[in-house]
Design a protein around this ligand. Structure first.
Ligand SMILES: Cc1ncc(C[n+]2csc(CCOP(=O)(O)OP(=O)(O)O)c2C)c(N)n1
Ligand code: SF4
Length: 273
């Protein structure tokens, strides 16, 4: 990261960070910070909220209004913050376990309300912080410490889940496609409603080692070789897309936003008095 961005947005006394060498989370965080910087918001206008996990360490490193909450509950806290101060740009940074396992219910309800929160999930397909248990995004057949013979659960497609639940902006990128993360996060923050960005990360320490994915470079190469931009995908047939996953803006719509609707009710009663 450029030293300018570090100086401007990071809490010096919390560095160096403790993510493993080769972890994708640092690259993703850089892209998120770049997005905020490019949008030109003052630090006071932003509030970053997380649950618990390697990914959820991110707000601790950042010099904004930040809140490190309990595992899975980032969206519940973020909802309270947004309701109390709708002028804040509220951003949730979460992991696949935090967001889709213990926090799965909060995700679907925040999406269905279309509350103006941007959720960025650092999806490394595993529970990193607690040592490699399988998560809702661990692909079927792959291993975790809690699935030593291969996981038999079908994995969630997080973007489809967020869209089906009511999110009005959905995008996906990867730690390899860092510039695209910045673009998606910028668009997501500007969307007036619930925005969901899946940033596919790499965890060489647990997911990679357990599943013989090679080192961090190999894992990044996998992302490079298997992600297809939605625009390019339109020109490809089913056979060419087999085993690939889509990146880019996957969905966008315009719907009433929750805090606006809530304030309309408050205002109507205040007028009556
Ligand atoms: C209520 C509760 N249950 C479980 C835990 C233990 N725990 C901490 S982080 C974590 C999983 C983190 O995985 P993920 O959200 O995918 O993030 P990652 O560490 O992979 O970035 C778990 C189970 C906890 N802290 N609190
Ligand atoms: S355990 Fe995995 S997710 Fe956690 S810091 Fe290490 S590489 Fe990153």
């Amino acid at each position: 990261m450029s030293s300018e961005l570090v100086k401007k947005y990071f809490r010096y006394n919390r560095l160096p960070h403790i993510w493993c060498p080769g972890c994708g989370h640092g690259i993703i965080l850089r892209s998120v910070v770049e997005a905020i910087d490019e949008l030109g918001y003052s630090k006071d206008e932003i509030c970053i909220v997380s649950g618990i996990g390697c990914s959820s360490r991110a707000p601790g490193y950042l010099d904004f209004n930040t809140l490190h909450t309990t595992h899975g509950r980032a969206l519940a806290f973020a909802t309270g913050i947004k309701m109390a101060n709708p002028n804040l740009k509220v951003i949730v940074i979460t992991g696949d376990g935090d967001c889709a396992a213990i926090g799965g219910n909060h995700l679907i309800h925040a999406a269905r309300r279309n509350i103006d929160i941007t959720t960025i999930v650092f999806n490394n397909n595993i529970y990193g912080m607690t040592g490699g248990q399988y998560s809702p995004t661990t692909p079927q057949g792959e291993k975790g410490t809690t699935a030593p013979y291969g996981n038999i659960d079908k994995n969630f497609n997080l973007c489809e889940l967020a869209k089906a639940a009511g999110a009005t902006y959905v995008g996906r990128s990867t730690a390899y496609h860092a510039k695209l993360i910045t673009k998606l996060v910028k668009d997501a923050i500007q969307n007036k409603g619930f925005s969901f960005v899946e940033a596919v990360s790499v965890c060489p320490t647990y997911y990679g080692r357990k599943n013989k994915k090679g080192n961090a470079v190999n894992m990044m190469k996998f992302l490079k070789d298997n992600a297809v931009n939605v625009k390019a995908a339109k020109l490809l047939d089913e056979e060419q897309l087999k085993g690939k996953f889509l990146i880019g803006e996957l969905y966008k719509s315009i719907e009433p936003e929750y805090t606006d609707e809530y304030n309309k009710i408050i205002n109507s009663f205040q007028k009556e008095r």
